[in-house]
Ligand binder design. Structure first.
Ligand code: ATP
Length: 367
């Protein structure tokens, strides 16, 4: 039942600081994903946990036992990476039984574990198939089973679905979560795909430039991100550089280039200039003849249909350009380029941050 504790981990490559004093707890039986822009240190971190990379400073312990000096084969973990690395000359059953066989486990014990794993990944009738006879998804499920066959309860997944096509990826992500939950494993999963991370994880770690920006449940990171970087990196957000005009009982009123915006967040003491952020799907868009008192007037400058929603670029009368996502519906009319529309921004879903010292562009940059 692994609980992983990472304390002050630093790894440098010459002048590059791949990990900069990273501390993190991975809870027992948790499915934890790590996301962040390319080069932020995700792979370095998971490879340090695996024992493939040795950090310059810091400590890693599993269940209270320091594993810094343990080589990978003694860390009792399963490691799966993007390149599916099954042995091509062995069938699925032989691939999965590789670890227990090397460890000299009795063949009946190994056989029943392999049968159980093949059942679990729904490949019980393909045990005799060689890797090139299996689909990419089936190969990767076999690789996960092989990683688990020796009894590891800590599973490290480094872009495990990266080589698969979109449809298979989407199906396999839920299967991965099911394995982890059914077998009571602890999983750490590195991915480029934030939707993948959000849909399968108990908690998600957001990294940037060798550091952890924020850790939270998918809902927390989406609805109440503590950092502007997270609000921008996870999903999509509109950002507005604004001033606090008035403090009210329920929150405050912001001045957005002459227009009023009511927000539920409390004003930040001593701060006048703030960044207000709102997710595009929380903005309601209506025909401009039907409007509420606090509505903003705008004109549609761009539209694109994405399948479940239409994404509009709306230029508001104060000059702000906002992205609005509107679900497709049989009853409501669609809007088109040049249409005048009313926007209503929900006070409960406006996030307010102190204006960042480095400026908004730098704060949200993924470079
Ligand atoms: P990606 O999403 O692109 O895989 P990542 O978040 O996994 O990126 P890492 O691979 O951990 O990032 O790399 C972190 C930083 O360390 C990057 O700047 C990378 O160029 C650098 N780096 C990683 N491995 C080495 C190495 N062996 N030698 C020199 N620099 C390295």
């Amino acid at each position: 039942m692994p609980h992983v504790r990472i304390a002050d981990l630093t790894k440098r490559y010459g002048s590059i600081v791949a990990l900069n004093r990273v501390s993190l707890e991975v809870r027992d039986r948790e499915y934890l994903s790590i996301i962040g822009p390319s080069g932020c240190g995700k792979t370095t971190l998971i490879k340090c946990i695996a024992g493939i990379i040795h950090p310059d400073e810091g400590e890693i312990s599993v269940d209270g036992r320091n594993v810094d000096r343990l080589p990978i084969q003694d860390r009792e973990l399963g490691y799966v990476f993007q390149e599916i690395a099954l042995f091509p000359h062995m069938n699925a059953r032989e691939n999965i039984s590789y670890g227990p066989t090397v460890k000299g486990w009795a063949s009946d014990k190994t056989g029943s574990i392999v049968t159980e794993l093949l059942n679990m990944i729904k490949l019980s009738d393909r045990g005799n198939a060689f890797p090139d006879e299996l689909s990419g998804g089936a190969q990767q499920k076999t690789a996960v089973s092989r990683a688990l066959a020796s009894g590891s309860s800590l599973l490290l997944l480094d872009e495990p679905l990266g080589a698969l096509d979109a449809k298979v990826r989407a199906e396999l992500r839920y299967e991965l979560r099911r394995f982890v939950k059914d077998l009571h494993l602890t999983a750490v999963h590195v991915t480029h795909d934030q939707e993948e991370a959000m849909s399968i994880s108990d908690r998600v770690v957001v990294m940037r430039a060798g550091r952890i920006v924020e850790v939270g449940t998918p809902m927390e990171l989406y609805l109440k991100p503590k950092e502007i970087f997270t609000a921008n990196f996870v999903g999509e957000a509109n950002f507005m550089d604004v001033e606090i005009a008035e403090k009210t009982e329920e929150g405050c009123i912001l001045n957005v280039g002459g227009l009023k915006l009511r927000v539920r967040s409390k004003a930040i003491p001593g701060v006048e200039r703030v960044i207000a952020a709102v997710r595009p799907e929380f903005i309601s868009i209506r025909n401009h003849r039907v409007h509420g008192v606090d509505d903003w007037l705008g004109e549609i400058e761009g539209e694109s249909f994405t399948g479940t929603v239409t994404r509009y670029d709306v230029r508001v009368t104060n000059g702000e350009k906002l992205v609005v996502k509107h679900p497709i519906s049989a009853e409501e009319p669609e809007f088109h380029m040049g249409d005048k529309v009313n926007l209503s921004l929900p006070a409960d879903h406006i996030l307010v941050y102190p204006y960042p010292e480095a400026g908004l562009e730098k704060e949200t940059s993924v470079e």
